[in-house]
Design a protein around this ligand. Structure first.
Ligand code: GDP
Ligand code: MG
Length: 445
């Protein structure tokens, strides 16, 4: 499985100081296999691996981190980028900014989860105090209309009845007319799907789109779609101006590779994921969570553990004891603190490896700058005498000038660093697991 695969990559790369053309090629083969195993479609894997290669080559690998780890970091970062970048609550909400009713048209193969998703969306919108109505244009399966009626009842939305004898276009026209007269805010239009791509189905949904001019056209796809996801997504994307994607059945054992395929092919945002059959089983889409799922969350956790192992526990405990004993936190301790941070791979690498919930509050740090600052601070402390480090209060103007000169920096930098030290000292006094994010933010200045 994937975890084993990445462990193998990391093991292979252990002890090598740089990502070279050869060892990168070796690792990229493994990444390719890993992605294929997560059911990312082949052409997407190819493009993705090419992009990773570009990034990985030449990337400096910081001190104790192995190239394997660095690569996983790069793969994870790029994966997040490709499936939607940073989570943005506004981007995943439905766009309803139009003269009511805002029409949402569902598209997708039979069994993808369209009808279920209409129910879930209806509930979500009802909770947002919208006046919602659903209608089914699926006249091919008699049970389909009943199914929508039933999920709509659970959602608290209004249901517009239709029958299998009607034409989809007539149903749509009648529903729209009713919605306008009754001041409906959102009209959710369920449609028929086929088992495979089919011209009749495509023509029908295209006609419905032209007739209704929906503000949202959501493509619904089963996360288990695997390699088929590309062809299906391409066909729907070519036929319809999609505005978003819903990835269903993520509660299954799919690795979620379809997310990457669909995003790559359509370029449209994944807005929601289906996480159960139940009416409330719909979540906003989080790219970073999906990336972790595709790569295997266990890998990320093990990387964090590995990073922590590199920290000298004894030193850390001695420091904690010293602070507790009230002896104070001098510049030697500060330097120790920085050295440990560097050991873990520097601020940027460290932040990359940590699950987002651990780094909350550190969101807007410029990582490169933070690492640069870290090195600079270390340089300044190195230019001090042991006495100065133990008694920072001794450092007045002339000492500052000498230290600045030794570190090849301006005196302002020394002042800035001393201020940082004081802040950290004060924080250490209060520090009771105040969170990594806060500390990182300080380091970033
Ligand atoms: P449609 O043909 O596109 O309308 O698909 P349906 O909405 O009828 O869903 C097909 C099947 O998938 C039904 O049995 C649903 O209960 C199930 N389903 C839909 N979404 C999800 C989901 O997110 N998780 C799970 N476990 N089942 C789902
Ligand atoms: Mg249906």
């Amino acid at each position: 499985n994937l975890s084993t695969r990445f462990s193998k990559i990391i093991k292979t790369m252990r002890g090598q100081a740089r990502l070279t053309e050869e060892n990168t090629a070796e690792m990229l083969r493994e990444v390719r296999m890993a992605l294929l195993e997560a059911d990312v479609a082949l052409p997407v894997v190819r493009d993705f691996v090419a992009k990773i290669k570009e990034k990985a080559l030449g990337e400096e690998v910081i001190s104790s981190l192995t190239p394997g780890q660095a690569l996983v970091g790069i793969v994870h970062g790029e994966l997040v980028n490709l499936i939607g970048g940073e989570y943005d609550a506004r981007a995943v909400e439905l766009n309803l900014a139009t003269t009511p009713p805002a029409i949402v048209l569902m598209a997708g193969l039979q069994g993808a989860g369209k009808t279920t998703t209409v129910g879930k969306l209806a509930k979500r919108l009802v909770e947002q105090k919208k006046k919602v109505m659903t209608v089914s244009c699926d006249v091919y399966r008699p049970a389909a209309i009943e199914q929508l009626k039933s999920v709509t009842a659970q959602s608290g939305a209004e249901f517009f009845p239709s029958t299998p004898e009607q034409k989809p276009a007539d149903i749509a026209a009648a529903a729209l007319d009713y919605a306008k007269k009754h001041y409906i805010d959102v009209l959710l239009v369920d449609t028929a799907g086929r088992l495979g791509i089919d011209e009749v189905m495509m023509n029908e949904i295209s006609a419905l789109h032209a007739q209704l001019k929906p503000i949202e056209t959501l493509f619904v796809i089963d996360a288990m779609a695997g390699q088929d996801a590309v062809n299906t997504a391409k066909a729907f994307n070519d036929a319809l101006p999609l505005t978003g994607v819903v990835l269903t059945k993520l509660d299954g054992d799919s690795r979620g590779g379809a997310a990457l395929s669909v995003r790559h092919i359509t370029g449209k945002p994944i807005k929601f994921v289906g996480v159960s059959e139940k009416i409330d089983g719909l979540d906003a889409f989080h790219p970073d969570r999906m990336a972790q799922r595709i790569l295997g969350m266990g890998d990320i956790i093990s990387l964090v553990e590995e990073a922590h192992k590199n920290v000298d526990m004894e030193q850390a405990q001695a420091l904690a004891k010293k602070i507790k004993s009230g002896k104070g936190f001098d510049l030697n301790d500060f330097k120790e603190q920085l050295a440990q941070m560097k050991k873990m791979g520097g601020v940027a690498t460290l932040m990359d490896k940590l699950p987002s919930q651990m780094t909350q509050g550190a969101g807007n740090i410029d990582m490169d700058k933070a690492d640069q600052q870290l090195r600079r601070t270390e340089g300044i402390i190195n230019s001090m005498t042991p006495l100065e480090r133990a008694k920072p209060e001794l450092i007045k103007a002339s000492r500052k000038r000498r230290i600045a000169q030794g570190a090849g920096l301006h005196v302002q930098e020394v002042n800035k660093m001393l201020k940082q030290y004081e802040q950290m000292r004060d924080m250490m006094k209060k520090f009771q697991g105040g969170g990594m994010g806060k500390m990182m933010k300080m380091m970033g200045g």
